[in-house]
Design a binder for this molecule. Structure first.
Ligand SMILES: Nc1ncnc2c1ncn2[C@@H]1O[C@H](COP(=O)(O)OP(=O)(O)OP(=O)(O)O)[C@@H](O)[C@H]1O
Length: 630
């Protein structure tokens, strides 16, 4: 997935952090509990070695030491030695259990915050992606939006988590250092002598593992995309006997993935090895130097308050515990920057301007038949490349109008302007004289039932596919729409009829069957305008005639706007607009256009030469709701 995004650039920005925290504001009681539990874990961790130290220094010795923690622990215990031994064992056990429980509760709260907080981020992102106009989506691969939703959405929690963890690490280090200094400043210095090594190794391996993990993730994403595309190409590969080529490409992609994983695994193995070597070195320094201090203070020159075996045990234990907080501090920048980059990619989408949206004070407009006007409309996808130029057209309520013309003339683009998938650069489209940009978007779109060229199918039942625009429709209405669209016959032959499940993209239907389902979906909608882009392109002559007949019956009840190359279906249209290079070059009804012997007549003769069979009369259909006057 391409991550070379505008959102990755720029210095660390406080606003990104504040915004990340804002997503977790509703969770503050949970965050407070999490911090408290981390405090418990840290305290337990710091106390864990003390029962053993007290046992050695105070209970199992003839000369008990009197440090404040010793006094505090002993106050909880009986006066006799066996009682004190049992008590210290039980305290050690209790500390372990509390530590485990706190760790478990922390993990669960962490998951809870992560998943639910990220759900809020995802909900905002998904809603925004749904609102963003088609130009925005067309400018990026779909995979990019999917990556932002699935992976980058974890960025805000990552930032919060890292900041909490690093703050706790800083507090832990401070408390630990204070305790160590109170026991022995020279030994504390010895313990910290390996800290630079710990920092160095954490930093170095953190960066390397992070880079290798990112590389591996990227290569895995490419592999997944590669496999997905290869599966789509199976028929092509079989037809052109390119299976060996596809297999070689697959092998290459898998080999890249394996090599990237091995590079990651190598660093993951080197890291603990280095860590254990440094810890062993630190352990040796403390044992050697600390052992000498104990020998000096206990045997050579017995010194009250000097170094003890118990204190040495504490130092050995705390040395291991230095690792974690130092790791947090060393890895802070590399880790937080990754999450920051992910969060930026999320916020980049959330902040993307919505070109197509309700204007302030946009009008509510009830869906009903209205006069549609194209008023000197110009439009381009790219500056300087006009697709529609200064186009004027009027379609009366209840009329059937068609836009015809050569491929690339701008017919489909014109239909997209009607639903405000894009806005014109100049001029306006109007409903009953009102600029459609001044109408609430949802109200405007409720006027149109659109059958696109793609005939998108959902991987659900046939019935749900037909009822997508009107989920409350009952089975009788669905079946009636299917009949009108010429779909009823083949649906009846499916094993479960209307309950039959469609595969991804409607792969278990023919192109013509998908088109009929899409038309049924539009017919079932109660929108006053039926907008159809090449509705008969995949239909056989019989079904084309059936649909043409249905459309003619709907005339006067619905306004029908048709884009087609099949001129047979426009013969009875009230208005035909002939387009060339974004302009209307002729307009009128079929007979007058033929009589004019211009662009339309040329198209008509071309089609006649292509020997399309004459349209057959469609069977008589009983229509109820779809023909109803609105
Ligand atoms: N999303 C897009 N981005 C950039 N250019 C586009 C986009 N969609 C269409 N075009 C261009 O706009 C022009 C008009 O395309 P349009 O699809 O409106 O033509 P059409 O008359 O419907 O063609 P056809 O009959 O082949 O469907 C074409 O040159 C096309 O390449």
């Amino acid at each position: 997935m391409s991550r070379t995004d505008d959102s990755l650039r720029g210095a660390a920005d406080r606003a990104v952090y504040e915004r990340a925290f804002a997503y977790f504001r509703p969770d503050w009681p949970w965050i407070a509990t999490l911090v408290a539990l981390i405090g418990v874990s840290v305290a337990v961790g710091l106390l864990e070695a003390w029962p053993l130290a007290i046992l050695v220094d105070t209970v199992l010795t003839k000369e008990p030491k009197d440090g404040w923690l010793h006094v505090y622990f002993l106050a909880l215990l009986p006066k006799d030695k066996p009682g004190q031994i049992i008590g210290l064992v039980l305290i050690g056990l209790a500390l372990q259990i509390i530590g485990y429980l706190a760790w478990m509760a922390r993990a669960m709260i962490n998951y809870h915050l992560n998943y639910w907080g990220t759900t809020r981020v995802r909900a905002d992102l998904f809603a925004k992606l749904q609102r963003l106009d088609l130009s925005w989506h067309h400018a990026r691969p779909q995979g990019d939006s999917i990556y932002r939703l699935t992976t980058d959405a974890f960025g805000p929690w990552g930032i919060v988590d890292i900041l909490i963890g690093t703050s706790v690490a800083a507090v832990t280090l401070t408390v630990m250092t204070a305790i160590l200094i109170s026991r022995s400043p020279p030994l504390t210095a010895a313990a910290y002598s390996v800290a630079p090594l710990i920092l160095w190794s954490n930093w170095r391996f953190g960066m390397r593992i992070h880079a290798r993990a990112l590389e591996s993730k990227q290569i895995d994403a490419d592999l997944t995309a590669h496999i997905q595309q290869a599966m789509v190409r199976v028929p092509l590969a079989q037809a052109f006997r390119r299976e060996p080529f596809e297999f070689a490409r697959f092998e290459q992609a898998v080999a890249r993935s394996v090599k990237a994983l091995l590079r990651l695994n190598w660093q993951e193995q080197l890291y603990p090895l280095t860590r254990d070597l440094i810890l062993s070195l630190g352990g040796a320094i403390i044992l050697g130097y600390g052992g000498w201090l104990v020998y000096r203070d206990e045997f050579l020159r017995p010194t009250p308050g000097g170094m003890t075996v118990g204190a040495l045990i504490i130092f050995m234990d705390y040395l291991r515990k230095l690792w974690d907080p130092l790791k947090w501090l060393a890895e802070f920048f590399s880790k937080v920057r990754t999450f920051e980059a992910a969060a930026r990619r999320v916020f980049f989408v959330l902040d993307a301007p919505e070109e197509i949206r309700d204007r302030p004070g946009a009008r509510a407009l009830k869906a009903k038949p209205r006069l549609l006007t194209f008023d000197r409309v110009s439009f381009s996808y790219r500056p300087g490349h006009k697709v529609i130029s200064n186009l004027d057209a009027t379609i009366e309520p209840g009329e059937m109008a068609a836009f015809v013309g050569p491929s690339g003339a701008g017919k489909s683009s014109l239909l997209k302007l009607m639903l405000r998938f894009h806005d014109p650069a100049q001029g306006a489209l109007r409903l009953d004289g009102c600029d459609i940009r001044d109408i609430r978007l949802a109200d405007l779109r409720a006027h149109f039932a659109f059958v696109t060229q793609e005939n998108l199918m959902l991987p659900t039942s046939v019935a749900e596919n037909i009822a997508y625009g009107r989920p409350d429709a009952d089975m009788a209405e669905i079946a009636e729409a299917a009949t009108l669209a010429g779909a009823a016959e083949f649906v009846a032959q499916l094993p479960q009829g209307y309950d039959a499940m469609l595969m991804e993209g409607g792969a278990n239907l023919s192109g013509g069957q998908r088109q009929r389902i899409a038309i049924a979906r539009a017919l079932l909608s109660e929108a006053p305008f039926l907008v159809l882009d090449e509705p008969t392109s995949a239909l056989d002559p019989e079904n084309e005639a059936l649909l043409t007949e249905t459309l003619h019956r709907l005339k006067r009840r619905r306004t029908i706007v048709l884009v087609t190359h099949r001129l047979n279906s426009v013969i009875d249209c009230d208005r035909i607009f002939v387009m060339e290079a974004g302009r209307i070059v002729e307009r009128g009804a079929h007979p007058e256009l033929l009589a004019r012997n211009g662009a339309y007549a040329r198209l008509w003769r071309q089609e006649a030469n292509e020997a399309s069979p004459p349209p057959r009369p469609a069977p008589e259909l009983k229509t109820r709701r779809f023909l109803r006057a609105r």
